[in-house]
Design a protein around this ligand. Structure first.
Ligand SMILES: [Cu+2]
Length: 200
């Protein structure tokens, strides 16, 4: 007990400060923690906080990325096609849309202006051109045949947008097949596939 007073102190201080055998940040060696314990501790806390902040930052960036990806991907419908709305106002919003190959696509151009520039939308690779009346929603439909990019522009090429055509997943295909069976089996519902049901 008597001789342990020095030992008690030694045990108490490390319990408070937790010095490791060495530290690569402050190059402190084992046993030297008694000299600069507070600086050492502060560095450890600083590094730990930095690491946590960095990890949270990366996680947040990943979430934002996923949400953004979802937002620009055409939605699959229960009727077996994919659809997406693009606003035309000074440009195409959004100007990049992910679509699936081989699944009928309906693009709804919602034109919120009447400048002559954006009156037509042209998909030159697909030989598709459509007139977009001002302040209306116009459907352009086709089936993307191959993977890659499809450019669409206004008549003068000022407004530009891109469809990124990707391979559908198995889940996408299963859903589309289920939708088509439903339409075939559901009698009168098949009429909708012609694509005039919009705007009613
Ligand atoms: Cu234009």
């Amino acid at each position: 007990m008597q001789s342990g007073s020095g030992g008690d102190r030694e045990r108490l201080v490390p319990a408070l400060i937790t010095c490791h055998s060495c530290c690569s940040i402050c190059s402190m060696k084992k046993g030297t923690w008694r000299v600069r314990p507070i600086i050492h501790r502060a560095m450890e806390v600083g590094v730990a906080t930095g690491l946590i902040a960095f990890t949270l930052g990366v996680a947040l960036a990943a979430c934002v990325c996923v949400v953004r990806q979802r937002r620009i991907r055409a939605q699959l419908t229960d009727q077996g096609f994919q659809q997406f709305e693009i606003v035309v106002k000074g440009r195409y919003i959004p100007d990049v849309v992910k679509v699936r190959r081989g699944i009928p696509l309906r693009l709804y151009f919602k034109r919120e202006e009447d400048t002559p520039c954006s009156e037509h939308v042209i998909f030159s690779e697909c030989n598709i051109a459509a007139r977009l009346p001002g302040y209306q929603r116009t459907m352009v439909s086709f089936t993307p045949a191959k993977c890659g990019e499809i450019l669409f522009t206004c008549a003068f090429g000022h407004y530009q947008g891109r469809l990124i055509v990707v391979e559908p997943t198995r889940r996408d295909l299963a859903r589309v097949l289920a939708g088509q069976e439903q339409i075939i089996g559901g009698g009168g519902r098949g009429v909708l596939v012609g694509g005039k049901g919009e705007g009613l």
